[in-house]
Design a binder for this molecule. Structure first.
Ligand SMILES: Cc1ncc(COP(=O)(O)O)c(C=O)c1O
Length: 457
């Protein structure tokens, strides 16, 4: 006969458990309702929503958390990183929740902070510059050339003993002049952080943009040629930069094999942010990135076909394209002045060819340095004026003025942008080329029988 166990015997000593089971159970945290909200956000019909509801309801409850960690299935964010690493032929890729957080993460990982100058172009989305300031360093604005990307000669003029990094931005799918920029960086021992937010998939001398410098940053948000929702990527070949980037993007350090382990490499642990990408965005961007090579090939084919048929006209300068590996989602030329830029853009649009101008100093635009009021007026988030007033930043290149990069203002003031559609047929491309020739021929004298704009020539 088993001896009777007293009711107050602790379970740990062989007594009865106080709570052998619970009666209350419920569905997983995220279920049908969350997916229905998404279907609603996408404007699905009631019929489609009913079909989705019944399809999901018949699935086993897998309780997805939509975060990278603690999910029953392999992570989509991790799959995105692995696919990007293979596609870009680079060992380390970190997915983050925006292009802006990618830039902040790369800057912090590279050790940019008080006492550092970082050279950025006069033409870029403001995030490239803003994140230098959030890293508490000082942005130095360099002019651009006829590629609409950093002018290496102006960069060379702006390097000082306090320069720590150069940030080439591959604007509108076009490659910055990486060869001289990398040479300058090597000579002066500077870090190169590429902002490839607008050029996902483009190549320069056979290598994907974002993999030529020390670190590459991408936005893969809905507004970019590849991407959906809000997301970004940080790439590097350097393990130490990668683990510092990981730390910055997830200060809780879930990414570590042992989350609570002590520091393995000096500089690995510091107070960072939470820039993790959700599984939802990871899944969408995994599908997006898979489509990227075909998208880029279609854009390149369309732009090259059009560019190959365009004539040369007195006073009209095609954008400089250094490498045919650019993405090619815009065809750009510089008219002799702002008035003729606008007039030709209007005439092109009237022909059915969507064209626009950027405005130089005539319209507020966060892509053009002259409107970066936060920088020109050295705005600070805190009353102490940090980082501008920080002792370590004293004497650094902070003397900004709206006229400091005259070439950027001149070029952007007379640039005409024709958006290229990846789905245009050969016939569409031919009609567009003849439409551009028609309009430019009506405004300007044809220079010669020479045809072909870069990258077709
Ligand atoms: C050149 C450039 N850098 C950075 C960013 C910032 O990316 P996100 O909007 O994903 O933060 C953008 C977005 O427009 C961009 O065009």
């Amino acid at each position: 006969m088993p001896s009777k166990i007293a009711a107050d015997t602790l379970a740990i000593n062989g007594g009865q458990q106080a709570l052998p089971e619970v009666e209350g159970t419920g569905p997983g945290k995220i279920g049908v309702e969350e997916f229905m909200e998404l279907a609603d956000a996408w404007g699905y019909s009631e019929k489609a929503k009913a079909a989705i509801r019944s399809a999901i309801a018949s699935e086993p409850d897998t309780a997805p958390l939509l975060s990278r960690y603690y999910n029953p299935r392999p992570s989509k964010v991790q799959a995105l990183e692995e696919m990007a690493a293979a596609m870009f032929d680079i060992p380390y890729v970190l997915a983050v929740n925006s292009g802006t957080s990618a830039l902040n993460t790369a800057y912090v990982a590279a050790g940019i902070g008080p006492g550092c100058e970082v050279i950025v172009p006069a033409y870029t989305f403001f995030a490239t510059v803003a994140e230098v300031v959030t890293a508490r360093a000082i942005p130095v604005i360099a002019d651009i050339d006829e590629s609409l990307t950093l002018d290496p000669e102006d960069v060379a003029r702006k390097i000082t003993p306090r320069t720590r990094a150069i940030v080439p931005v591959h604007m509108i799918g076009t490659c910055a002049d990486m060869k001289p920029l990398l040479e300058l960086a090597r000579r002066h021992n500077l870090v190169v952080i590429e902002d490839a937010a607008q050029a996902c998939g483009a190549t320069y001398m056979g290598k994907r943009l974002g993999t030529l410098g020390d670190m590459g940053c991408f936005s893969i948000s809905s507004y970019k040629i590849t991407g959906g929702g809000e997301a970004g990527l940080v790439m590097t070949r350097d393990h130490h930069l990668h683990i510092r980037a990981q730390n910055n993007h997830d200060t809780g350090a879930c990414w570590r094999p042992d989350r609570y382990a002590v520091e393995q490499e000096e500089g690995e642990l510091f107070a960072g942010y939470n820039y993790k990408l959700s599984e939802l965005e990871g899944a969408v961007n995994l599908a997006q990135l898979r489509k990227m090579p075909d998208q880029v090939a279609r854009w390149q084919k369309a732009k090259r076909r059009i560019a190959g048929q365009l004539g040369r006209f007195a006073g009209v300068t095609p954008q400089q394209v250094r490498d045919p590996g650019e993405v090619g989602y815009n065809l750009i030329y510089f008219a002799p002045d702002a008035a003729s830029a606008q007039a030709t853009a209007d005439a092109l649009s009237a022909e059915g060819i969507g064209a626009g101008t950027r405005g130089g100093k005539t319209a507020r635009d966060w892509h053009i340095y002259a409107y970066w009021q936060h920088i020109l007026e050295r705005k600070s988030a805190t009353p102490d004026g940090c980082p501008w007033t920080c002792e370590k930043n004293a004497g650094l290149g902070q003397n900004y003025s709206p006229d400091m990069c005259p070439r950027a203002l001149d070029l952007l003031g007379r640039a005409v942008f024709i958006a290229v559609n990846q789905w245009w047929t050969e016939g569409d491309c031919d009609r567009i080329a003849s439409g551009v020739n028609k309009v430019l021929g009506a405004f300007f004298e044809r220079e010669s029988d020479r045809t072909g704009w870069p990258p077709a020539v």
